[in-house]
Design a protein around this ligand. Structure first.
Ligand code: UD1
Ligand code: CA
Length: 451
């Protein structure tokens, strides 16, 4: 495909009514990334020259997601849903600019790979004017059927328009289509809406190309590649397929995972060498785990950077902006958000560290809370290198604890603490000799009187 220009047209104007959701269908997530994000990632990886995304009216969120993933994607709006060919023609301006290949991709086909897009384009390079993807689904209901005569693809028949003989065909249309740029507009403009749904079907491009004496090609792929998402059940099925792929890739990259089927990964999770992930760990988007780190069971990570040799969990929660320096430790029931832990710092049990920086080798005792929110705004705190925060302390942000300082257990810290100071922020302990006995005696006397 070297040297050939390619325009990718992604159709994302479909409504998500069967998803039972107010959210546009293509914004539902798989492995921490939107369906549209997956499709556009494959498009980007396949190395197209330009991308047009066709969205429905009022779908600003869909357009924003497209721009987030591919900042130079052009957005076109289809105001009325009049069929897949009609949707493609919304990107007419892009088609008129000309490209060797024009590839139409559905925004709800998230498991598509860049290789498959490459195979479609290769068919164009081999002389086809129209190339489609065929697959043999376990259940062909609802799909268009590929009509192949004498080894040549002659038409695609939508199920609603098919005869019973045609419905018996098991080779179905995956939906994607590649059109030779020099014929694309001519073919698309000849498509009419003379069919059961009174829609402009992109699939009619095949028979039109044949009538014009042009070549067509069908390329058969695995069902997973073209699995379309129309329902929440299909979304869950696709998630299972994708998780399997991601776990396999992590194992192949050398991650030790004794129970991979219990680990949930995000499409962008990154692992260094000799990382161990124990059973039942969930990765949200944006996590990087460096060499030799161990993620213990039942931990939940999202938007976090886990440094070399770090130990996380069991039962830890890393939220966006958590940055754990080399060899630091975050133990059970510790939550870290927008906070940096220096090298070798420890928070071994029951703590909330939010909007903070914790110096190297500092120790955050059990039950320590960074009180970062005053009901109006968030505030940051800093803990110096080697400081020791005694158990059950509340650090009322913003506050600075100097290097090597020692915070006594149970303190409420509201003022900055200088380096190497010892600070108490709690009521002094008071002892009243024999007062317990006296209290009991008083209580017993009261009971007697009541009888
Ligand atoms: C389509 C194919 C069918 C194929 C199936 C594979 C056509 C006519 N039919 O059927 O042969 O087997 O996909 O999944 O192409 N869209 C728009 N605007 C429209 C209509 C559709 O943007 O006016 C978008 C939808 O958002 C969706 C895609 O095009 O992403 C496919 O449309 P959909 O209605 O789901 O087509 P199918 O009936 O599934
Ligand atoms: Ca569909």
């Amino acid at each position: 495909m070297q040297g050939r220009t390619c325009l990718s047209i992604v159709l994302a104007a479909g409504e998500g009514t069967r998803m039972q959701s107010t959210r546009p269908k293509v914004l539902h997530a798989l492995a921490g990334r939107s369906l549209l994000g997956h499709v556009l990632a494959a498009v980007r990886q396949a190395g197209g020259t330009a991308t047009a995304v066709v969205v429905g009216p009022g779908h600003e969120a869909v357009a924003a997601e497209a721009r987030r993933v591919l900042p130079d994607a052009e957005i076109h709006i289809q105001n009325e849903r009049r069929g897949t060919a009609h949707a493609v023609l919304m990107a007419r301006a892009a088609l008129m600019r000309g490209a060797d290949d024009a590839v139409v991709i559905f925004g709800d086909t998230p498991l598509l790979s860049a290789q498959t897009l490459g195979r479609l384009r290769a068919a164009l390079a081999d002389g086809a004017a129209v190339a489609v993807l065929g697959f043999r689904p376990a259940d062909p209901t609802g799909y268009g059927r590929l009509i192949v005569e004498e080894g040549k693809l002659t038409a695609i028949r939508e199920e609603k328009d098919a005869t019973s003989d045609e419905r018996a065909i098991t080779l179905c249309n995956g939906g994607l289509m590649a059109l030779a740029g020099k014929h694309a507009l001519d073919i698309l403009e000849r498509i009419g809406d003379d069919n059961a749904k009174r829609e402009f079907y992109l699939t009619d491009a095949v028979s039109i190309a044949r009538e014009l004496g042009l070549n067509t090609a069908a390329i058969e792929v695995e069902e997973d590649e073209v699995r379309g998402i129309n329902t929440k059940a299909q979304l869950a099925e696709a998630e299972a397929v994708l998780q399997k792929r991601l776990r396999q890739a992590a194992l192949e990259a050398g991650v030790t995972m004794p129970a991979p089927e219990t680990v949930f990964l995000a499409a962008d999770t990154k692992f260094g060498r000799d990382v161990t992930v124990e059973p039942y760990v969930v990765f949200g988007p944006g996590v990087v785990v460096e060499d030799e780190a161990v993620i213990h069971s039942f931990s939940h990570l999202e938007g976090a950077h886990v440094g070399t040799g770090v130990s996380v969990g069991p039962f830890a929660r890393l939220r966006p902006g958590a940055e754990l320096g080399a060899n630091s430790r975050v133990g059970n029931f510790v939550e870290v958000k927008e906070a940096k832990l220096g090298e070798g710092a420890k928070a071994n049990h029951l703590a909330y560290i939010g909007d903070a920086s914790v110096g190297a080798e500092a120790n955050v005792g059990a039950g320590t809370i960074f009180c970062n929110y005053d009901g109006e705004a968030k505030h940051r705190s800093e803990i110096g290198k080697g400081a020791f925060i005694g158990s059950n302390s509340a650090l009322v942000s913003p506050v600075k604890i100097g290097e090597g300082a020692y915070v006594a257990t149970g303190s409420v810290i509201t003022y900055n603490v200088p380096a190497d100071a010892l600070v108490f922020g709690r009521a002094r302990q008071v002892i009243k000799e024999n007062r317990a006995k006296a209290l009991r005696a008083k209580a017993a006397a009261g009971k007697k009187k009541d009888k």
